[in-house]
Design a protein around this ligand. Structure first.
Ligand SMILES: Nc1ncnc2c1ncn2[C@@H]1O[C@H](COP(=O)(O)OP(=O)(O)OP(=O)(O)O)[C@@H](O)[C@H]1O
Ligand SMILES: O=C(O)C1=C[C@@H](O)[C@@H](O)[C@H](O)C1
Ligand SMILES: [Mg+2]
Length: 199
């Protein structure tokens, strides 16, 4: 019997994986933007491993983020975060979801610029608040008016997150849809005159 073999078109994930090459894909953005949830699903589509820097920091320090802030303060936490991210970028490629403040730190942001392509998951205050107000494990939001604190962080940080290579709006939409947009953005960014084109 004659068998006809049809060429199989690569999936969106496979095309994005090829476009990414040896680069890490690094998710940045505020608490609740979806970096962990969308990052994990994106990694699975790309066939890459996934790591969340907050989880990795908790693993290596054997302390929770809240405990680290309480025991050593934010500055020490940032120094640890910088070290952890540097190591993760060196041993990729992988998908890395960063803690909300990582990209704001100049040193960490420069590392990410060198070792990865960055994607800002941008979200409105209402979306973020809806997602973060259910849990109280975030030390920076342990204030009298956490919604206002979140808004202040948006005002301070959004100009810096805007330096990321790509931006995708995180909104009340199925996670699968956001992941698809992420993969399309990677293909477009890596293909069209990105600063990583020659890598
Ligand atoms: N598109 C979406 N639709 C519905 N829920 C979402 C969507 N994206 C994320 N979420 C949910 O919002 C919550 C916050 O998301 P996630 O933990 O991924 O945010 P994060 O950016 O990693 O926050 P943090 O910086 O605090 O770790 C989670 O419960 C997640 O499942
Ligand atoms: O936005 C921030 O500065 C933070 C976000 C979290 O992911 C944690 O990294 C920590 O709570 C600090
Ligand atoms: Mg997270």
């Amino acid at each position: 019997m004659n068998e006809t073999i049809f060429p199989v078109a690569p999936t969106l994930g496979e095309r994005a994986r090829a476009a990414l090459g040896r680069r890490n894909l690094v998710f940045v953005g505020l608490m609740g933007a979806g970096k962990s949830a969308i990052g994990r699903m994106t990694a699975s589509q790309l066939g890459l491993s996934f790591i969340d820097t907050d989880n990795e920091i908790e693993r290596v320090s054997r302390m929770t983020i809240s405990e680290l802030f309480a025991a050593y303060g934010e500055e020490e936490f940032r120094a640890l975060e910088t070290r952890v991210i540097k190591r993760l970028l060196r041993t990729g490629p992988r998908v890395i979801s960063t803690g909300g403040g990582a990209f704001i730190n100049d040193k960490t942001r420069k590392q990410i610029e060198r070792g990865g392509v960055s994607l800002w998951l941008k979200a409105d205050l209402d979306v973020l608040w809806e997602r973060v107000n259910k849990r109280d494990h975030r030390p920076l939001l342990k204030t009298e008016n956490p919604r206002q604190t979140l808004e202040n962080l948006m005002n301070q940080r959004y100009p810096v997150y805007a330096l990321a290579d790509m931006t995708i709006q995180s909104r009340d939409e199925r996670k699968e849809t956001i992941v698809k947009e992420v993969l399309e953005a990677v293909i477009e960014y890596m293909g069209k005159g990105s600063r990583h084109e020659q890598d």
